[in-house]
Write a protein that binds this ligand. Structure first.
Ligand code: SAM
Length: 335
């Protein structure tokens, strides 16, 4: 007997649906436990509690920026969605940035976590440790061809200055006293002064951002002309479906049940590229990781029928873009 596409979709969605129903059934019990225990931290992946993870993420972004000819020595850096610690930004400070601002919608990080990551990062940079690879962090992107320490970017001279012991002591004190700039919740483009930062980056965040157009426009506003943004985006279903791209097969009512507490926005690559262009950015690189689609087009919900083949098979992407520099005024008489 031939099963219809709708039936196949329903069967594939069943495990996630059952999980969601169990979660909903247990919700009143969980709230009672929370009330009894007092406030608890929101649940989120705790990757950035690992200094080696933060080191891997920052160095991979530096290597990729260098690969595409972008500056790798930003003075002023902002990060969207740092997660459980501000460790990736701390890595930026330890490699020479003078200012780091973290923006999140929930305060996940605290001084104790930041300090522990700080101390381990200092050791990693002093040892010029190799970049943690895909065996240690199979899920982390971007992938690199070589995981050797990037001596050509973090030269001996640069690290001598950035790891100067007085500088490290002063930075450590700021971390210990919880004095890093951490804007939570950020919900206003005025959260950062216009044209004040050289780099805005994010890791596994843009797939969670509710309003892409407003967010990319805010990033454009914060960047100095000539400044860059680097985003690593994960387009997979984040456990909402047993199929890596099964999240595009859910009707809205089912999605509301399975999407969980930290929902993804389900926006594919082409939507990000469109919003980036609309904000005024010039795209420098878009490195995608394509995977075989786990669903066929007949499974797509009508609202996602517009996804093109590249969207449907794009599991992750590193996007780098620049806010164009202002044209230099022409000097009369010189063409
Ligand atoms: C999957 S975690 C990634 C955390 C960290 N970057 C990492 O690599 O592990 C997603 C993070 O994005 C944050 N987030 C969600 N929406 C956001 C938004 N609109 N602006 C900034 N951060 C956001 C979440 O609170 C969380 O810290």
């Amino acid at each position: 007997m031939k099963t219809s596409a709708k039936t196949r979709r329903m069967v594939a969605a069943l495990p996630a649906l059952v999980k969601a129903l169990v979660r909903h059934a247990r919700a009143p019990f969980r709230s009672a436990v929370r009330r009894a225990r007092g406030p608890v931290r929101e649940t989120l992946s705790a990757e950035t509690l690992s200094a080696r993870y933060c080191y891997a993420v920052w160095l991979r972004h530096l290597v990729k920026a260098n690969r595409y000819g972008l500056r790798t020595d930003p003075t002023s850096v902002a990060e969207l969605g740092p997660g459980a610690s501000l460790g990736v930004g701390i890595a930026a400070l330890l490699t020479g940035a003078e200012r780091y601002l973290a923006l999140d919608v929930v305060r996940h990080a605290n001084a104790a976590a930041n300090l522990s990551v700080f101390d381990e990062l200092v050791g990693l940079f002093h040892r010029r440790a190799t970049i943690p690879d895909s065996v240690e962090f199979p899920e982390v992107r971007p992938r690199l061809g070589s995981f050797a320490f990037p001596d050509e970017i973090l030269t001996a001279d640069r690290l001598l200055r950035s790891l100067d012991s007085a500088r490290v002591t002063e930075l450590r004190e700021r971390v210990r006293l919880d004095q890093l700039e951490y804007v939570v919740p950020w919900d206003d483009p005025a959260a950062i002064e216009a044209e004040s930062v050289d780099l805005v980056f994010s890791q596994a965040v843009m797939e969670h951002v509710a309003d892409l157009d407003t967010t990319y426009a805010a990033v454009f506003r914060w960047l100095k002309p000539g400044g860059t943004m680097w985003h690593q985006i994960d387009f997979r279903s984040h456990g909402t479906s047993p199929i890596w791209n099964g999240h595009w097969a859910y009707p809205d009512w089912m999605w509301r049940l399975v999407r969980g507490d930290a929902p993804i926005n389900r926006q594919p690559l082409s939507r990000h590229l469109e919003a980036i262009e609309a904000a005024g950015f010039l795209r420098i690189a878009c490195e995608t990781e394509q995977a075989e689609s786990g669903i066929d087009r007949t499974w797509l919900q009508p609202v996602w029928g517009w996804l093109d083949d590249r969207d449907l098979s794009c599991a992750s992407a590193l996007i780098q873009a620049v806010r164009p520099a202002r044209p230099q005024p022409r000097i009369a008489g010189i063409s």
